[in-house]
Design a protein around this ligand. Structure first.
Ligand SMILES: NC(=O)c1ccc[n+]([C@@H]2O[C@H](COP(=O)([O-])OP(=O)(O)OC[C@H]3O[C@@H](n4cnc5c(N)ncnc54)[C@H](OP(=O)(O)O)[C@@H]3O)[C@@H](O)[C@H]2O)c1
Length: 271
């Protein structure tokens, strides 16, 4: 009951049945992914790509990742441009779609200019995630567009959300740069992928600080949007990245001798 009261204060309401159904669908999907990670069935890309058993056609990781982010970036950018060219766009809607557009364009720029990939990914996986990201973005933009006609939240968290979003993207970018600095080239001298123990920044305390900052960024986006859809999306991102961080910690402990066991998976000193 108390939770419902708090929700009423911080999100636009009420949501139509269709949006609620998609929120439940997203949440169930995220929970299934968490259980899959815990069973050791990690999403097969990066460290977890099973290159030897791939049956379908493959992309290099860079191409696969570019395909993953491009449609979502396009959906968000087109939505933003449409809103900016309308006579009196809703302020929150413009800030929200700007944040989402920045998120995807940043990811694309990192794919091309920051990350040093060593592997490949199955084409079908790349297209599946790509479609999912584009649809999830469209869903969030639709929910935001719809919220303009809903009962607005009584507490305005947009500015706080903007601060968290900035902290999220800066922290995420910084740790991506540290990861890129671990490799001098895309391949070692035997032409294989290789991994070393990440150092610097929050890597001293956690295995995946870049995932932690990604979650902070999405919490920021949720607070900017203040719809149930954006909060569900931030929560789904948080639990899936927490589970992936746990899998990554297990992977390092198994594969890299001397990996510091005291390093937490996701949140310094806690988890
Ligand atoms: N919203 C979501 O649900 C979601 C989910 C996943 C990712 N993401 C976003 O995508 C970003 C990247 O995710 P990711 O899963 O691709 O991250 P990742 O597996 O940690 O890889 C990031 C880059 O660092 C390299 N790398 C990782 N560990 C390394 C090590 N120990 N030594 C040398 N190089 C290393 C990887 O190379 P290889 O490719 O060769 O492994 C890759 O180029 C995240 O920070 C987040 O922003 C979002």
């Amino acid at each position: 009951m108390a939770l419902l009261k708090v929700m009423e204060m911080i999100v636009a309401h009420p949501d139509p049945v269709g949006l609620r159904a998609v929120q439940v669908f997203n949440l169930v999907g995220a929970i299934r992914m968490v259980f899959a990670e815990r069973r050791g069935e990690s999403m097969p890309y990066s460290k977890f790509a099973q290159t030897d058993s791939i049956k379908g056609r493959i992309f290099s990781s860079r191409t696969g990742m570019a395909i993953i982010y491009s449609p979502a970036a396009l959906v968000c950018a087109c939505f933003l441009l449409t809103k900016l060219s309308s006579p009196a766009p809703d302020h929150r809607l413009v800030v929200f779609s700007t944040a989402l557009t920045i998120h995807f364009i940043k990811r694309l720029l990192e794919v091309f200019f920051v990350h040093k990939y060593s592997g490949s990914m199955e084409m079908s996986l790349s297209f599946t995630i790509s479609i999912f990201y584009a649809l999830a973005s469209a869903q969030q933009l639709y929910a935001q567009h719809f919220s303009v006609h809903q009962q607005p939240p009584s507490i305005d968290l947009m500015r706080f959300g903007m601060v968290l979003f900035l902290v999220g993207i800066v922290g995420n970018f910084y740790h991506h740069s540290l990861l890129a600095g671990l490799r001098k080239d895309d391949k070692d001298k035997d032409g294989k992928k290789w991994y070393v123990i990440p150092q610097g920044g929050l890597f001293t305390w956690v295995v995946c600080p870049h995932y932690l900052f990604e979650s902070i960024g999405f919490l920021g986006i949720a607070l900017i949007g203040q719809t149930t859809t954006t909060f569900v999306n931030a929560f789904a991102t948080f639990i899936t990245l927490a589970a992936r961080s746990e899998s990554t910690k297990r992977w390092y402990e198994k594969k890299i001798e001397g990996f510091p066991k005291e390093r937490r998976a996701f949140v310094p000193f806690l988890f």
